[in-house]
Design a protein around this ligand. Structure first.
Ligand code: HEC
Length: 273
């Protein structure tokens, strides 16, 4: 009796689930998905970007992070802040204490004078965070510290955006959505959420920086390196997390084997008597 009731209950819920699924499908096919610029023309297939920090065994490529920092400093820092990052943390990229001090000292930080309590400008120190950038152009450049976490696709998005500008808008797009026409001081970029971005292509030519490790600074190289660097700024403890994860997997495997062995042991005794 109980078995029949439970089978019936199960059947009832399965039927209810199927019913609601069918209703949803019918509804969707009737309405159709809304046809928007977003759906039709924004390129959601990001370019492929392989980084050494990918995957559960991933580790940062310090040389690449350092190059990425050089791109940030040389190109992006005139518009974008990076307020979550402190100069001190650059040591993780392989900079010595003296180098960190020198990098920090080039910045001007406004901070409280410890003696008078006045807010004053002074050269940066390793313990300071990167100061806020004052920007007076078109649009509003976001702080880049956490951008690879804040955008779907992370580093691949940043890389695609930086290398994805196009000079011409597709004719079909303009015909279908005349409002999507790139306005004055705007730039067409099919990876950007509404296709037209206020940021002019920041990596429009090669050799905008001179890499200290001698790597040729092509547009593509700079885009990859700065994307890799922004993965680090968003999650400097990524390697740590990967390592902890690995230990967890090993521990769980060990616990499973142990569990299985004790199960065998208990039943072996029961069978023996
Ligand atoms: C001349 C100023 C300027 C420079 C230089 C610049 N940007 Fe931008 N950036 C902007 C502005 C303005 C926006 C906001 C665009 C908008 O909302 O339309 C922006 C937006 C962005 C975004 C966010 C896009 C989004 O999804 O919201 C990213 C990522 C970005 N920039 C990365 C960079 C990187 C990396 C560099 C250096 C290689 C750089 N930018 C150099 C001005 C600049």
């Amino acid at each position: 009796m109980i078995r029949i009731i439970s089978i019936l209950t199960g059947l009832f819920f399965t039927a209810a689930l199927l019913w609601s699924l069918t209703l949803d499908t019918i509804q969707l096919s009737k309405d159709g998905l809304p046809h928007t610029v977003e759906k039709a023309y924004v390129n959601h297939h990001l370019k492929d970007l392989k980084l050494k920090s990918d995957g559960i065994f991933g580790k940062f490529d310090k040389a690449q992070l350092k190059r990425g920092f050089e791109v940030y400093q040389g190109v992006c820092a005139s518009c974008h802040s990076m307020g979550q990052v402190s100069y001190r943390s650059l040591a993780a990229l392989g900079y010595s204490e003296t180098e960190v001090k020198a990098i920090a000292a080039k910045a001007t930080v406004s901070a409280k004078d410890p003696l008078t309590g006045e807010i004053k400008d002074r050269p940066g120190q390793p313990s300071d965070k990167f100061p806020k950038v004052i920007y007076a152009g078109v649009g509003n450049p976001p702080d880049l510290s956490l951008i690879t976490k804040a955008r779907h696709g992370g580093a691949a998005y940043v890389y695609s955006l930086l290398t994805g500008y196009e000079a011409q808008q597709p004719a079909a797009l303009l015909k279908e959505f005349p409002d999507a026409k790139t306005g004055e001081n705007m730039h067409y970029n099919p990876y950007f959420a509404n296709l037209n971005i206020a940021m002019a292509p920041p990596l429009a030519s090669d050799d905008l920086v001179t890499y200290t490790d001698g790597t040729k600074a092509t547009k593509d190289q700079m885009a990859q390196d700065v994307a890799a660097f922004l993965v680090w700024t968003a999650e400097p403890e990524l390697e740590q997390r990967h390592q902890t994860g690995l230990w967890w997997v090993l521990f769980m495997l060990f616990a499973t084997v142990l569990g299985y062995m004790s199960y065998r042991n208990i039943w072996a005794e029961k069978k023996g008597h």
